[in-house]
Ligand binder design. Structure first.
Ligand code: NAI
Ligand code: MG
Length: 332
């Protein structure tokens, strides 16, 4: 059986790293045919929108997509394509596993946690207004979305043999919004007595993560805290070049790295492709192609032992091409 998967190369380093996945999947003989659709900066000039309708149509049809990062203008311009996609496709859960890769030297050796980020509401609704010199943002938290993300986190924990779920919040200050979020997660936790449940205020959580990351397992958080904590957690395992993610809805999933379009290193051929490759491992698992995903995971683990081939973010002397080649060598 062949699977058709939507591929969005994206902006900045996006095309460079998604090309790596295409090449690697060819060597892996993955039963996947890509349907390439463009979104992002180039499309604004061509089509007047960074997110042409055909992108949404393609993902709705194929149900599975791999997406490169897309640049979002700061402080003006189009709404984030990433946020719009997640909302339009009902991708309510952002699943971001953060796992140390053996051989990559960081301050910690055994980080193995998962950030589950609510992906459709909170401050990302983008409801803002400005009157004279006062700007206001509205933060939306609903019972429905909070229950959904809570259930997702506990179900994920149960199915993946995880021991603990930590709900992250700021309900001491945001009493109604984070208060509602917390009430919902706490209620859901009662249906999973086998999984330990705890709550942490987000500032303390940040400190805990950089002091004792090995104590944490599954974190569930509203949109903004989940966004920030997943970049923080990526830093614990060697940086954004390693951190994969998946946006998951009822029967649609879009896989992408945690990182953005990295304009500072775009078109230099030095982007680390491992984060997007790890996202593609999640994609293979989602399609139940577990044998292939394990094969790719092993090849990556072997390839990173060669320090010379690593990209500059890992203080290696190599580039995107050398690490790709190493991974391909270890596939055969
Ligand atoms: P970024 O994640 O693009 O980059 C942060 C830093 O990490 C940079 O120094 C970059 O060079 C480095 N980095 C990121 N990925 C890397 C990789 N694969 N290999 C080596 N180094 C890597 O975050 P930044 O600079 O804040 O955002 C740039 C643009 O990306 C913005 O327009 C932002 O809106 C967008 N963005 C898009 C996302 C998405 O499409 N899902 C997610 C995050 C940001
Ligand atoms: Mg982010």
């Amino acid at each position: 059986m062949m699977y058709k998967v939507t591929l969005i190369p994206g902006d900045g380093i996006g095309p460079e790293i998604t090309d790596v996945v295409v090449d690697v999947f060819e060597h892996l003989k993955a039963p996947i045919s890509w349907e390439v659709v463009e979104a992002g900066e180039k499309e604004i000039e061509k089509n007047g929108t960074p997110l042409p309708e055909k992108v949404i149509e393609s993902i709705k049809k194929n149900k599975v997509a791999l997406k490169g990062p897309i640049t979002t203008p700061i402080g003006k311009g189009f709404r984030s394509v990433n946020v719009t996609l997640r909302e339009e496709l009902g991708l309510y859960a952002n699943l971001r596993p953060v796992k140390s890769l053996p051989g990559i030297n960081t301050r910690f050796e055994n980080v193995d946690l998962v950030v589950v980020r609510e992906n459709t509401e909170g401050l990302y609704k983008g409801i803002e207004y400005k009157i004279d010199e006062v700007a206001t943002a509205i933060r939306v938290i609903t019972k429905k979305a909070s229950e959904k993300i809570g259930f997702f986190a506990f179900k994920y924990a149960k199915e993946n043999n995880r021991k603990k779920v930590t709900a992250v919040h700021k309900a001491n200050i945001q009493k109604l919004t984070d208060g509602l979020f917390l009430d919902c997660i706490r209620e859901i936790s009662k249906n999973f007595p086998e999984i330990e449940y705890e709550e942490k205020i987000v500032d303390n959580m940040s400190m805990q993560l950089v002091m004792n990351p090995e104590k944490y397992d599954v974190l569930v958080a509203p949109n903004l805290y989940g966004d920030i904590l997943s970049d923080l957690a990526a830093g614990l395992i060697g940086g954004l070049g390693f951190a994969p993610g998946a946006n998951i809805g009822e029967n649609i999933a879009v896989f992408e790295a945690v990182h953005g379009s990295a304009p500072d290193i775009a078109k230099k051929g030095i982007a680390n492709p491992i984060a997007i490759l790890r996202s593609s491992i999640m994609l293979l698992d989602y399609l139940k192609l577990n044998e292939l995903s394990r094969k790719l995971e092993n090849a990556i683990s072997e390839a990173v032992k060669d320090k010379e081939a690593l990209t500059p973010d890992l203080k290696g002397k190599g580039n995107t091409e050398t690490i790709k080649q190493k991974i391909i060598d270890h596939l055969s």
